[in-house]
Write a protein that binds this ligand. Structure first.
Ligand SMILES: CC(C)(COP(=O)(O)OP(=O)(O)OC[C@H]1O[C@@H](n2cnc3c(N)ncnc32)[C@H](O)[C@@H]1OP(=O)(O)O)[C@@H](O)C(=O)NCCC(=O)NCCS
Length: 298
């Protein structure tokens, strides 16, 4: 299953094959003003060696940091790669804030999918996964622009809730709500992988983000189980439906007070064994502001 990761030198071989595909469709030529074209021109020499590629990856990661030197007028950006195992499929860059030119034309988020992986839903899923990451960077609504002739990109944006504001020159400008619940990519014993947020042992999931669920913060134990206080953060982030997991072996209990407390607030509650909880959460998160507490062991 495809997932968003930070740039990683382990996918070099597949990344290079993808760049060869982009070059075959004319990207990287002097007249090509796209994100991938610029990257091909700037870095293609350094990709030739593993060491050069390592520096490229480190440079991409550093661009997200406020203190990294950058050209005049550029803002920090977070690049994420969309991969399936070691196969590179595409890339997305989130600019942390808008400059006048980004507000006019460039927008917050740019993306591309390698030619051989197109028309399989990757761009739509990749943008879906990136929106809560953007929210975590302080972007409540992401401005995303596309050429008025780019049917595929327009569909990607609209499928993710984009609302057209206007057209400036040939660019359509859409605002996309970013405060959505992240999806869980997979759950195995001791590990929950959350799209765009990496691996967590136990997870708190909510509209606009995810983080490690540290039981010590509220003194929670398997028995009497999940307390009302464990759900506070999910509520404060606007969850209107909450999934509570019982653990893989259902050893984690849920205090009756917790369910009563949530129901009194008008919040719909679902309690399930952890695998079932993840399945339910992923279904609900597609359409509603959903929160969850997922325990990945017993
Ligand atoms: C635009 C791009 C990212 C789409 O990637 P993708 O993974 O093929 O997109 P998806 O598979 O999620 O398809 C999204 C929708 O567009 C449609 N679509 C995809 N390619 C299409 C094409 N060439 N013509 C018409 N429709 C197309 C799909 O059928 C799908 O429609 P649906 O939502 O009705 O099912 C990819 O074509 C690309 O990288 N292009 C070059 C770079 C670029 O244009 N980036 C966007 C800059 S704003």
């Amino acid at each position: 299953m495809a997932e968003l990761i930070r740039p990683d030198e382990r996918v070099r071989e597949s990344f290079l094959a993808a760049m060869a595909e982009f070059r075959a469709e004319g990207r990287g030529d002097i007249a090509d003003r796209t994100m991938v074209g610029q990257e091909i021109r700037d870095y293609r020499q350094s990709w030739d060696t593993p060491e050069g590629f390592r520096r490229f990856v480190a440079g991409l990661r550093a661009r997200a940091l406020e203190g990294t030197p950058r050209p005049e007028g550029h803002v920090p950006d977070t690049t994420l790669w969309w991969v399936d195992g070691s196969e590179y499929l595409g890339r997305l860059a989130i600019r942390h804030r808008l400059t006048p030119i980004l507000l006019e034309l460039g927008g917050h988020i740019g993306y591309d999918v390698r030619p051989s992986a197109r028309r399989r839903g990757h761009a739509t899923a990749m943008l879906r996964a990136a929106l809560p990451v953007a929210f975590g960077l302080g972007i409540e609504r992401a401005l995303i622009t596309c050429d008025d002739t780019n049917v595929a990109s327009r569909k990607v944006i609209e499928s993710n809730g984009g609302i057209l504001e206007d057209q400036r020159t040939n660019k359509l400008r859409f605002w996309v709500p970013a405060k959505i619940s992240p999806l869980v990519d997979h759950l195995v014993w001791g590990q929950i992988r959350v799209s765009g947020f990496g691996n967590l042992k136990d997870a708190k999931l909510f509209p606009g983000g995810a983080r490690e669920w540290d039981w010590a913060e509220t003194g929670t134990r398997h028995s009497p189980g999940i307390q009302p206080a464990d759900t506070d953060e999910l509520i404060s982030h606007g969850a209107t439906v909450i999934v509570l997991s019982r653990g893989m072996d259902q050893r984690l209990e849920v205090m009756p007070d917790t369910v009563r407390h949530l129901e009194r607030l008008g919040i719909e509650v679902h309690v399930h064994e952890s695998r079932e909880a993840v399945k339910r959460y992923n279904e609900l998160a597609l359409t509603r502001p959903t929160g969850a507490l997922i325990h990945s062991t017993c």
